[in-house]
Write a protein that binds this ligand. Sequence first.
Ligand code: 5AD
Ligand code: FES
Length: 347
Amino acid sequence: MKTLLDKLYIENDLSERELALLLQNMDSESEKQLFEYSSMLKTKHYGKSVYMRGLIEFTNFCKQDCLYCGIRRSNSNAERYRLSKEEILRCCEEGHVLGYRTFVLQGGEDSHYDDSKIIDLIKLIKSNFPDSAVTLSIGEKSFESYKSYYDAGADRYLLRHETASKRLYEQLHPGMSFENRINCLKNLKKIGFQTGAGFMVGLPGQTNEDLAKDLVFLKEVKPEMVGIGPYIPHPNTPIGKNSGGSLEKTLIMLALARLLLPDVLLPSTTALGTIDPLGREKALNAGANVVMPNLSPTNMRKKYELYADKICTGDEAAHCRKCIEGRINRAGFEVDMSRGDHPSKQA
Ligand code: 5AD
Ligand code: FES
């Protein structure tokens, strides 16, 4: 395994077969080596900096029905909410005072928020906070819609591919197509967005071969950002009784993503912090360099429950800002409040 790891570290590339082999034969010694390599690459590109993004979950209405997700259309137990544009702006204001210079607007696929409302929102935020980046995470749209968001001033777009196994993708996403997902990601890149792909680890039926496909997919698409988190069962979903992804496997996938895309922006996800009290710190040590604390109003947070027992749902933005800084420092890193653009897209 050492030779494969060395090859990956030096060439930042391996075949799907080699990646699957690596995953299959990972022992504690190779894991240690892997994390050493991923940390070295992160330090080379980013030093000790960890970028902060303020997350605003502005609607949990969703027309999709993904089998794993707590805000899926068919979950009639989900209490639905939407923030108004004034409420969203207030979240940004609070975030800006706390030092945030990236706002991530995330929501379900909610047709109430049509293109003209989204464009309005982007323009409003960009005109009030011209020094800040706006990231959208609102699902699959047409090329024209994406282009109109970009023209309105949006800088980045997150659209996880969720799994690069077509079989698994179509099992988990009734009525959706894997081809369209890929096409959306390609369109986002083509338009000029800093684009985020990503996937869940430990989905029911997911094999090491499937995870190797996720890594090869990243290498092909070359996203500027990659979101990787453990799958966490949500009780009010059809697959809620399955087991979830492990901390260890998720850390391995984060480290491998860092080796394949050395200067990628790689969040230490809230989902990891949910399955292990030190999950986010461990992710920083495995190669992650971004955190996304929540700026949503606390009275709404519990409702944006994609998975069970999500952390921080009772905590004010200011509390999370401090909490996460302490965690970052204790892990040996430093908070960086700048926009934190991808090196290839720096102004
Ligand atoms: N467990 C972990 N992550 C989930 N997501 C959705 N549902 C779950 C779950 N049950 C992730 C998806 C989505 C992101 C916003 O949250 O990957 O893209
Ligand atoms: Fe929210 Fe620690 S980051 S309480």
